[in-house]
Write a protein that binds this ligand. Sequence first.
Ligand code: T5A
Length: 218
Amino acid sequence: MMVLQTQPRLLTLEGGEGAGKSTVLRALRDALLADGCEVVCTREPGGTPLAERIRGLLLDAGDEPVEPHAELLLMFAARAQHVRELIVPALARGAWVICDRFTDSSYAYQGAARGMDVGFIAELERRVVGIAPGFTLLLDIDVAHARERTRGRDLLTGAIPDRIERERDEFFERVRAGFLARAAQHPARFHVVDAGADISAVTEAALARLAAYRRGVA
Ligand code: T5A
């Protein structure tokens, strides 16, 4: 049976839309850079040219409904490419990798929210991904509060909600519950931060969790 290899220098950020992952990622990156570490920042779906093209297929709001198996398998196709081409080589040379979303997002979005079989997702994780992060920061926020933030950002930037962002609040309630269930199943790896607080408090909490984690990593 294939076993997941935990990678201590693979750090992942998880949470619903507008939780503040991109904002916190920059703070974690800066803390590691200030200590002289090599840091690779990346995201899912995406992270390599091919995986970014798959991201486009997944998030573009076209007319054809995306069948849940197609969505799940495209997420894992992008992840397979990303892990082999970018993440594993970076870890092998000793870099820290910070990834905005990883396999936990598939458990929350495709598993908890779309209702796909979790055993199948776990099988894909073992066979296609093979690695797990050592540290996962879950930015947990009330769905309505997160919506306000993304609306505010979209008004400022003129961005149009993508296919998944157009889902109803009930969908994002299931995503949130899915993430919290994952955190309860993996309490040593997950660090849950209240992302409803102001940016400086969220960033401070995230940095404190990372500093404590690094003290325990060789
Ligand atoms: N997906 C992904 C799956 O379904 N399955 C999978 O396996 C994977 C990997 C990816 C989509 O794909 C889905 C999930 C997603 O729907 P994405 O771009 O990663 O897309 O997803 P989003 O979560 O939509 O990214 P966002 O950019 O919307 O969210 P962030 O990064 O969490 O939020 P951020 O940092 O951009 O912040 C949003 C706004 O709030 C402000 C920021 O300045 C910004 O304007 N903000 C705060 N304001 C006040 N207080 C704070 N504490 C704040 N923090 C941020």
